[in-house]
Design a protein around this ligand. Structure first.
Ligand code: SF4
Ligand code: SF4
Length: 282
């Protein structure tokens, strides 16, 4: 089963929940798809055993064949090419690797090269019993296109394990790429007007994609009751409410996962998995 932990906004505690959840359940794998800022391993401290570069196609121009006709630049919907008098320029930051330029080139002067956009790292987290399998995508600094890297990281989901995917915050393309195809989505929010607003946006996305989902309210004893009322009104399962906990915040500030210091706290995450299974069977 693949469970994505997502949030309509950053700073809700999504990664804290995803890492502690993964550490609390047996036969689990954690995949960090928040590739622009993967910080789950600050807490999990996985030993990285394997790294693989991830690239996207990038057109290469053969100047000896090019007649500078301009067809490629005209056909590119992303303005990623410019044809000058004696030169074709490709702007890698804008290129989506669609291949249209090479298709329209009358001289077969365009071949497919590759641009590395990041790396997928895999490893394990030692723990009592079975080890936790770990994977993360790390996007190169300044690279604007994260979905291909997210897609690659997700291919390492291990069949037979409960896979916890840490999604990027928000509701844009990287989130869609991350949650596409998952079995269940946990939406983490906080009980504030901002939290409610972003939760409503995230609920719109998962409903549109027909993904079963439930809500976790973090720091549930601060703020107001509007998120709870919204979930009741919309018939959304409220799976967990986590009050502010000074020990948890302190452990977080030291880069220590809460359940490592407080093993009894694993019970609530094990129960969360039971509740998700019930939701899926309902
Ligand atoms: S379409 Fe081909 S020949 Fe024309 S400018 Fe582009 S690369 Fe050169
Ligand atoms: S591969 Fe697509 S996006 Fe990239 S330059 Fe060619 S047409 Fe433009």
């Amino acid at each position: 089963m693949i469970i994505a932990v997502a949030s309509g906004k950053g700073g809700t505690g999504k990664t804290t929940i995803a890492t502690n959840f993964a550490l609390s359940i047996p036969q689990a794998q954690y995949i960090d798809c928040d590739v622009e800022e993967p910080n789950g391993n600050l807490f999990l401290k996985a030993e990285i055993l394997e790294r693989q570069d991830v690239g996207v196609p990038l057109p290469q121009i053969d100047d000896s064949l090019c007649t500078y006709c301009g067809s490629c630049a005209k056909a590119c919907e992303f303005n990623a090419m410019a044809v000058l008098k004696d030169r074709v320029m490709v702007f890698p930051e804008l290129c989506h690797g669609c291949g249209v330029c090479s298709y329209v080139c009358p001289e077969n002067a365009i071949s497919e090269g590759e641009k590395v956009i990041g790396v997928v790292e895999r490893g394990t987290v030692s723990r009592d019993g079975d080890d936790l399998s770990f994977c993360q995508g790390v996007l190169n600094v300044g690279e604007p296109m994260s979905p291909p890297l997210i897609k690659k990281a997700k291919t390492y989901a291990e069949p037979g394990k409960t896979v916890i995917i840490d999604a990027p915050p928000g509701t844009s393309c990287p989130v869609i790429q991350t949650i596409n195809g998952v079995d269940f989505c946990l939406l983490v929010t906080e009980p504030t007007p901002f939290g409610l607003n972003d939760l409503e946006l995230a609920v719109g996305v998962v409903r549109q994609m027909n993904i079963p989902f439930g809500v976790i309210v973090n720091r549930s004893d601060s703020g107001d009751q509007e998120v709870v009322s919204y979930c009741q009104r919309e018939n959304i399962p409220l799976l967990l409410e986590i009050p502010f906990n000074r020990d948890l915040a302190f452990a977080y500030s030291k880069g220590i996962s809460y359940v490592t210091e407080n093993p009894e706290a694993k019970d609530q995450f094990r129960q969360l998995l039971v509740d998700i299974n019930k939701e899926l069977q309902a």
